[in-house]
Design a protein. Structure first.
Ligand code: KIV
Ligand code: ZN
Length: 516
């Protein structure tokens, strides 16, 4: 008998909470739509009381994203719960997720409350949430470091108050698999009524055990797993969705469990989160890393050619990677390009197709063979075009050993052209300072990451940048054969987003409809 484990994705809440991962409303909506295509069961869309921006974003996702349950997080306080209820109320199936810490460490040092006081607050919170919605999840924060007898009391009390899901978080990533499983077994043995609710697990990866602990919880009776795409999240991150889902599927004989997910959407999902957050994926990352299905050792290659089963436990196609690798050249026509891009998950039409094809030709003219990794990298800066966007028209950098790097940059915006000259401590710095002279936006660069897409000195350089204006973060990515050009384009993309989303929020909706 296969148990179906519900997948509760918290990329937009716990994932977004980690430093540098904040996303704007349009980006969150884009991710939520892709999560629905991935067929996750629950999307935790945000923490509505935490800011007006988060409130609006949860509300927009609740209105527009169909399929999954849409959850909003709330501390165990009336105003938080009411805000979460208001934000999720337009969802087809709304959920309120309320929490309060139950470990003595949190009670004494953070909440300064007794166990009895916290128990009462938890019960009142669940009752209040139940006045708004039927689907209420309760989390005893820091459960894995809580006294087990007390945890059982709290869980029993909130079930009686109407909680329909009880989530057990390993908030600080402290548990080990056997120990964590014991908590679930104890709750199932001791708490009356637990058989009528869904038990859930929520793990962090501080000791690198997030996925192992989640799977141990599943074996011990958890029917829901909370996780994030690419494992992004607080500190070392949350348990990683794609690893959990593929472990259950690949080791079905062991777990006797599966999920409702369409795993062939995993790669697309992972790349979208990477592109929006600007957090790179290490090449050796399980399931979604560039090398996850690459066989380099001769013995392995020989074995896989004879039978995939020798060294492959999953098929790349299962997670949405096209194993049928093709090489395009400058002689490849627009149709071949379009078909290849569709196989890689990019459905391009009209102007978008034309722009992408032009970028491909520019690269293919210089680099004889364009492989899938190059095409994916080139797509990273295909952003939504708008008339106020700055475009790079001309760029030179003079740099000599012992000299001062000097850049000349010409940008176009609509019919206007702007040219400036500037210097910096290095070539990229000179270009960025010169761009800043032209655009004059009030921001600062927080991250600049450069990597080579393939091997060789003719590899495409891929650049990711993040810029900040107050609490707002904007990301830019670009790939080009020249690292200075990629740097300039990535920076301009982030600046264009800042100008567009930062100053024309009212038009976000129109843009969203185009982008999704
Ligand atoms: O890690 C944690 O404890 C949380 C709770 C709010 C579920 O994120
Ligand atoms: Zn968490």
């Amino acid at each position: 008998m296969t148990r179906i484990i519900k997948i509760f994705d918290t990329t937009l809440r716990d994932g977004e909470q980690c430093p540098g991962a904040s996303m704007n409303a349009q980006e969150k909506l884009q991710i939520a739509h892709q999560l629905a295509r991935l067929r996750v069961d629950i999307i935790e869309a945000g923490f509505p009381y935490s800011s007006p921006g988060d409130f609006e974003s949860v509300k927009q996702i609740a209105r527009e994203v169909k399929g999954p349950i849409i959850a909003g997080l709330a501390r165990a306080r009336g105003e938080d719960i009411d805000a979460a209820a208001e934000a999720v109320k337009y969802a087809e199936r709304p959920r309120i997720h309320t929490f309060i810490a139950t470990s003595d460490i949190h009670l004494q040092h953070k909440l300064r409350k007794t166990r009895d006081e916290v128990l009462e607050i938890a019960v009142e919170a669940v009752k209040r949430a139940r006045q708004h919605v039927e689907d209420v999840e309760f989390s005893p924060e820091d459960a894995s470091r809580s006294d087990l007898d007390y945890l059982c009391r709290v869980v029993e009390a909130v079930i009686n108050a109407g909680a329909t899901t009880i989530n057990i978080p390993d908030t600080v990533g402290y548990a080990t698999p056997e120990e964590f499983a014991r908590i679930f077994i104890t709750l199932r043995n001791r708490v009356p009524g637990i058989e009528n609710i869904t038990l859930s697990t929520h793990c962090h990866d501080d000791l690198g055990l997030g996925v192992a602990n989640s799977l141990a919880a599943v074996m011990a009776g958890a029917g829901q797993v909370e996780c994030t795409i690419n494992g992004i999240g607080e500190r070392a991150g949350n348990a990683c969705l794609e690893e959990i889902v593929m472990a259950l599927r690949t080791r079905h004989n062991f777990f006797q469990a599966d999920t409702n997910l369409d795993a062939s959407e995993i790669i697309k999902m992972s790349r979208l989160v990477r592109d929006i957050t600007g957090f790179p994926i290490p090449p050796n990352k399980a399931i979604v890393g560039a090398n996850a299905f690459a066989h380099a050792a001769g013995i392995h290659q020989d074995g896989v050619l004879k039978s995939q089963m020798t060294y492959e436990i999953m098929k790349p196609e299962d997670v949405g990677l096209d194993s049928n690798r093709l090489v395009l050249t400058s002689r490849s026509g627009r149709h071949a390009f379009k078909v290849r891009m569709a196989a890689l998950g990019y459905d391009l039409e009209g102007d978008d197709l034309q722009r992408a094809y032009q970028r491909f030709l520019e690269v293919a003219d210089k680099k004889k063979e364009v492989v899938d990794e190059d095409l994916i990298a080139l797509m990273s800066d295909q952003d939504v075009a708008h008339e106020d966007e700055y475009e790079l028209e001309y760029l030179t950098v003079m740099s000599a050993l012992g000299g001062v790097p000097t850049a000349t940059v010409r940008l176009r915006r609509g019919e206007e052209r702007f040219t400036e000259v500037g210097t910096g401590v290095g070539s990229v710095d000179a270009v960025y300072k010169t761009v800043e002279k032209i655009v004059r936006t009030d921001h600062h660069l927080t991250d600049y990451i450069v990597s080579a897409v393939t091997g060789g000195t003719d590899a495409l350089a891929e650049v990711s940048v993040r810029i900040a204006r107050g609490p707002q973060i904007f990301t830019g990515r670009s790939a080009a054969l020249d690292v200075i050009e990629a740097s300039a384009r990535a920076y301009l993309q982030a600046i264009n987003k800042l100008i567009y989303y930062g100053t024309r929020r009212s038009e976000t909706k129109r843009l969203t409809a185009q982008a999704v």
